[in-house]
Design a protein around this ligand. Structure first.
Ligand code: XMP
Length: 512
């Protein structure tokens, strides 16, 4: 395995992800616990992360001596490079300007990290983010790449198998960064690269068993992929010590609530309490038109219902959640210098504190596509695992204005037709999210010999990698007119269909 020593960079998880992509198991340990992790894991190699701190501060984090003197291959990234130089006899100085953002480095010499990738004399794009910089190298190191702002952009000590770089190879803005990390774990550390999601599953199952012991766990299902994957994994670890509670607000897409119930009860035989709370939710939403009020009401009611059910079940010490890594980091900003905001996001906000429960969050290290892979590994059907993301408040935020059961039924039908056509056209997986919106606007139409006066339906489809930014999906006109015709012909209550051409930013993906 590879041990990643975390000095507090907000992208340390990305290092772990890139190492996983290279087929090698990695664990992250905060620098304060790195010594213990090193002894427990006995890693083949070590990666030292970036940090908002400065090695020039008296209390800047340090590489533990046992790691520094271990003789294992090491890769220092940004602060990791600076701390290697600082602790091994080189020099680091505060830069007067720093370098933030895209930079080009020139390859000056050969190096194991560049094998099969970069050649001497070439220039390559990397992502820099540093104030301090290395100004003289520790004995045994040689520079192998430089940039105008960082003469020691990449350095190497082949004898000790220690390499370090000023830039961040783990972020996508360093296009070859994943390959550099792969060269480190494969060529420098000599690891086989045969680790898979199947191994992750085993490791997590052991961890869950260790954390939970013989105590009971409750998991709130939202109907989405993340909470379902978390629940199936936890059930595999602790069996019927887990009870799932599915709070059904009646604002899911067509057939999805049923799918969750049959999957859990039928396929996996996981104890599931299915609470049909649709009347409670829809009654409470009567007269509510403000989007924030809708969201708040739904969030609060979800917690109330869940808490009631949890009390009925009784005796659970743990609450399981499908929190993903992007929920853990709120913003990834390289330009903001040392002050970073990191916020833990609770899908059922405030509940663990209120009920005095501990959290089990086995997906905290994963990104959406990795959760899908894990879901497939656990045998969840493709059609379920590959589902587009769906917001917690459900269709309520796709019905601007007042929500009602009738409107939700109309929207569900239009949405199902739209998604069916997208699947038939083979486009579902190329789209991040596609959905219909039912507008609180009526327009005049003519059908057969009669006049109609019905609602407008808007269609939205976007591509995205993380939901933070999005582009519209450019359907061809024939596709859109086919969908529009079907919706107007088949869904009573809709007589006009429009397509939303707004990217994010400036729009958001959802309409509310
Ligand atoms: P926006 O509309 O902010 O959405 O561009 C970005 C992504 O987040 C989803 N979304 C939510 N997910 N609870 C959720 O669990 C919410 O309240 C919520 N609001 C938006 C949205 O579907 C998109 O994938």
């Amino acid at each position: 395995s590879v041990l990643i020593v975390d000095f507090g960079s907000q992208v340390t998880q990305l290092i772990a992800r890139r190492v996983r992509e290279a087929g090698v198991y990695s664990e992250i340990a905060p620098f304060s616990m790195a010594e213990e992790a090193f002894k427990r894991l006995d890693p083949v190699g070590i990666v030292l992360s970036g940090s908002p701190a400065s090695v020039l501060d008296d209390n800047g984090p340090r590489i533990p001596d046992c790691i520094l003197e271990s003789g294992r291959p090491m890769l220092g990234i940004c602060y990791g490079q600076q701390s290697l130089m600082h602790q091994m006899g080189g020099e680091v100085l505060a830069g007067d300007s720093g370098e933030f953002g895209r930079a080009f480095i020139e390859i000056g010499d050969e190096c194991a990290l560049f094998d099969g990738l970069w050649n001497v004399g070439e220039k390559h794009q990397v992502w820099m983010s540093h104030g301090d910089k290395v100004t003289s190298l520790a004995p045994g190191f040689r520079p192998v790449a430089s940039s105008p702002g960082a003469p020691f952009a990449v350095i190497a000590n082949d004898e000790k198998r220690i390499y370090a770089m000023q830039f961040h190879p783990e972020v996508v803005h360093t296009p070859d960064g994943g390959k550099l990390l792969k060269n480190f774990v494969r060529h420098v550390c000599g690891m086989a690269g045969d680790w898979t999601m199947a191994e992750f599953r085993k490791t997590k199952i052991d961890e869950i068993r260790e954390q939970v012991g013989d105590k009971r766990v409750i998991c709130g299902l939202s109907g989405g992929v993340d909470s379902a994957v978390a629940a199936v994994l936890i059930h595999e670890a602790i069996g019927d010590q887990l009870t799932c509670v599915f709070v059904d607000h009646g604002l899911m897409r067509m057939g999805e609530a049923e799918q969750v119930v049959s999957l859990f009860r039928g396929h996996y035989n996981i104890p599931l309490v299915h609470v049909d709370a649709s009347t409670l939710f829809l009654k409470g939403l009567e007269g509510v038109t403000d989007p924030e009020k809708k969201r708040k009401f739904i969030g609060k009611t979800f917690i109330d219902v869940f808490e009631d059910e949890a009390k009925k079940i009784g005796g659970a010490e743990f609450l399981a959640q499908g929190t993903l890594y992007p929920d853990v980091i709120e913003s990834v900003s390289f330009t903001g210098g040392p002050s970073v905001t990191i916020k833990s996001h609770h899908n059922v906000g405030g509940l663990p504190e209120r009920m005095d429960m501990k959290l089990v969050e086995p997906l905290r290290e994963l990104f959406k596509d990795e959760v899908r892979e894990l879901g497939r590994e656990l045998g969840l059907p493709d059609i379920f695992v590959g589902r587009h993301p769906f917001p917690g408040p459900g269709l309520a935020i796709r019905i601007p204005g007042e929500v009602s059961r009738d409107k939700a039924d109309i929207l569900r039908k239009a949405d199902a037709i739209y998604l069916e056509e997208i699947r038939n056209a083979g486009l579902y997986d190329a789209i991040w999210q596609a959905f219909a919106v039912l507008l609180p606007v009526k327009t005049v139409g003519v059908m057969g010999d009669g006049r109609t006066y019905d609602s407008v339906c808007a269609l939205r489809a976007v591509t995205s990698t993380d939901g933070m930014t999005a582009d519209i999906y450019p359907f061809d006109a024939a596709f859109l007119s086919r969908v529009a015709t079907r919706i107007i012909n088949e869904v009573k209550g809709i007589n006009r269909v429009v397509y939303d051409y707004t990217s994010k930013p400036p729009g958001t993906i959802e309409w509310e």
